[in-house]
Design a protein around this ligand. Structure first.
Ligand code: GUN
Length: 309
């Protein structure tokens, strides 16, 4: 600890997500009473990946709590790609379904890109369809993937005086996935940050990371970002959720850690998201936001008319 340094501001994803869910709930109520529309989210789970089962259960629970309709489809791991595509076709045509989410990863015999391409772009609640990715990249109105959307809200929370304009700031995104890294970079670029996307082949990653006023880590490597990777005062967004052994908690126990070494980084950073309780809860809250917006769009309703976030 350096002298009287207080350490970084904690960006509390749990509290922020509760606020977002509250706003969604109020907007859903108004959508129902004023327009007789109830947003519907269909979630498709293939197989029995334990982490996916937990995510899908949480998504279903929070969808219902927000006053939306939840349609859950659990398919056997051996389901054919044709059967899955046929289910998506049915959901595309169902007017009660406004958002469709196929939980990833999918079993190896199913082609992820074909499944994502089959979802109608106007029901693509994850924002993974190439139409939405292309719209985001070209500055057109798009469905924005939930984790980057939530991460942007958390950056805004840490830098309220900038009102979402990061002109002159350097942002480094570590990770280049279609789900997080690439859309995150697009959003930061749209917000006028100077953006670098770093990844496993980047040379001298710590030095690149140290240039960042805003650093987003989305690689899935526990505690990879050390305190010496962090520019003093930087805003750190930790997208990683990694389960590691925790013998200090007892035999066979585990705990969740992020991609950032939290204890080391908080000594240097200006603001940091914790794991758990950071980006994770915001991701699901943003899924509800996206579903609400899609329901509004399907009925030609301006989200602002019902106070939607
Ligand atoms: N698997 C891990 N994260 C996600 C996500 O955001 N959406 C979907 N569909 N699957 C995931």
């Amino acid at each position: 600890m350096q002298g009287d340094r207080q350490g970084a501001q904690l960006i509390d994803g749990k509290a922020m997500a509760a606020r977002v869910r509250g706003d969604v709930m109020s907007a859903v109520r108004r959508l129902k009473t004023e327009y007789d529309v109830t947003p519907g989210l269909a979630v498709v789970l293939v197989g029995e990946n334990p982490a996916s089962q937990v995510y899908v259960r949480n998504k279903g629970k929070q969808t219902l709590e927000a006053g939306m309709t939840s349609f859950e489809h659990r398919l056997d791991a051996g389901v054919s790609e044709a059967e899955l595509l046929s289910l998506i076709d049915t959901l595309n045509r169902d007017p009660a379904v406004h958002g469709i989410l196929v939980q990833l990863p999918l079993p190896d015999h199913i082609t992820e890109s074909a499944v994502i391409a089959a979802i109608a772009p106007e029901k693509d609640v994850d924002g993974f369809h190439v139409i939405n990715a292309g719209r985001l990249a070209t500055g057109a109105p798009a469905v924005v993937p939930c984790t980057p959307l939530g991460s942007m809200m958390m950056i805004a929370e840490a830098l309220p005086h900038l009102a979402g304009d990061y002109s002159g700031l350097t942002a480094v995104v570590i990770g280049r996935s279609n789900i997080v890294g690439k859309p995150m970079a697009q959003l930061l670029l749209s917000a006028n940050a100077t953006v670098t996307v770093a990844h496993s082949r980047t040379k001298n990653l710590p030095a690149v990371a140290r240039t960042a006023d805003i650093l987003v880590a989305a690689v899935g490597r526990p505690n990879m970002v050390g305190g010496d990777w962090v520019k003093p005062g930087a805003v750190l967004i930790d997208v990683g959720i990694n389960r590691v052994d925790a013998p200090e908690r007892g035999d066979g126990k585990t705990r969740l850690v992020g991609d950032i070494d939290f204890e080391a980084a908080r000594e240097v950073a200006g603001a940091i998201t914790p794991v758990p309780g950071g980006v994770g809860p915001m991701t699901i809250a943003c899924l509800l936001v996206n579903c609400l917006r899609l329901a509004c769009a399907a009925h030609d309703i301006q989200p602002s008319r019902i106070g939607a976030p």
